[in-house]
Ligand binder design. Structure first.
Ligand code: NDP
Length: 240
């Protein structure tokens, strides 16, 4: 039997790329979205439609999902993974960094959901998997705007789960601690970046992206009547 389509946002690196590799190995056709098309294509995954889409552009997200569904049938899952962590202090962080995180980490997730949810509701099946963070459950130094966006991901996911529970659509929140990816590299404050690296080292290192991809796949593989509402995972040495 052919496996259904899975949509993954932010699949050009880190957790998204690893999740794409895992689902491709299981035989799923994929729609992979990110701005760096060349990195999506370099993954070289079979049956993967790669599209250069900025997920803050809701029409572009919807158009790519329509195209993929025409080719591979309905999307059975979306992994809303694209995100940015721009650390800073509220008193002096460039305000445009707040705007970028709010647009990407919150609105980007909502736009991904909207692109697939009406079809899932009509079919009475489907899984929405949102990548939040431990920073969506508790606070950390220099994380104020970022935690605001990740608390929002937790909140919107839980509220959506309640909204669609009776319809057969599942909503899952994945909350990783520190993961070894490009995520920190976009923070502009060099001091905050080096403090974060030191914190990670003191915890004995971060999770490999594969561990998060496995958590995503575990939640997805459950039978339709089982919803894993949330998975929180972090390196054993991460205290906070
Ligand atoms: P990466 O920086 O490696 O990956 C981020 C991905 O998001 C890239 O594929 C990037 O692709 C994509 N992306 C960024 N902006 C946009 C945009 N505007 N439109 C489309 N895609 C975009 O980091 P991670 O893999 O770590 O991050 C993935 C998710 O995991 C994020 O939501 C992050 O908050 C979360 N997370 C990460 C943790 C960590 O410690 N690494 C811990 C907890 C949660 P491109 O630049 O090509 O567009």
């Amino acid at each position: 039997m052919t496996k259904p389509l899975i949509v993954i946002t932010g699949a050009s690196s880190g957790i998204g790329a690893e999740t794409a590799r895992l689902f491709a190995a299981e035989g799923h056709p994929l729609l992979l979205l990110a701005r760096r098309l060349e990195l999506l294509e370099e993954l070289g995954l079979p049956d993967a439609l790669c599209r250069k889409v900025d997920v803050t552009d809701r029409d572009a997200v919807a158009a790519a999902v329509r195209e993929a569904q025409e080719r591979h049938g309905p999307a059975d899952a979306i992994v809303n993974n694209a995100g940015a962590m721009l650390l800073g202090r509220v008193a002096d962080q460039p305000v445009d960094e707040w705007d970028r995180m709010i647009d990407l980490n919150i609105k980007g997730v909502l736009y991904g959901i909207r692109a697939v949810l009406p079809g899932m509701l009509a079919r009475g099946a489907g899984t929405v998997i949102n990548i939040s963070s431990v920073a969506g459950r508790k606070t950390f130094p220099n994380h104020t705007a970022y935690v605001a966006t990740k608390f929002a991901v937790h909140a919107l996911s839980e509220n959506l789960r309640e909204e669609v529970a009776a319809s057969g659509v599942r909503v899952v929140t994945i909350a990783p601690g520190a993961v070894e990816t490009e995520l920190l590299s976009h923070t502009s404050d060099e001091r905050i970046k080096s403090d974060y690296r030191a914190w990670k080292e003191s915890a004995g290192g971060a999770l490999a992206p594969r561990a998060v991809a496995e958590a995503v796949a575990y939640a997805y593989r459950q039978p339709p009547e089982v919803t894993i509402r949330e998975i929180v995972l972090a390196a054993t040495g991460q205290e906070s």
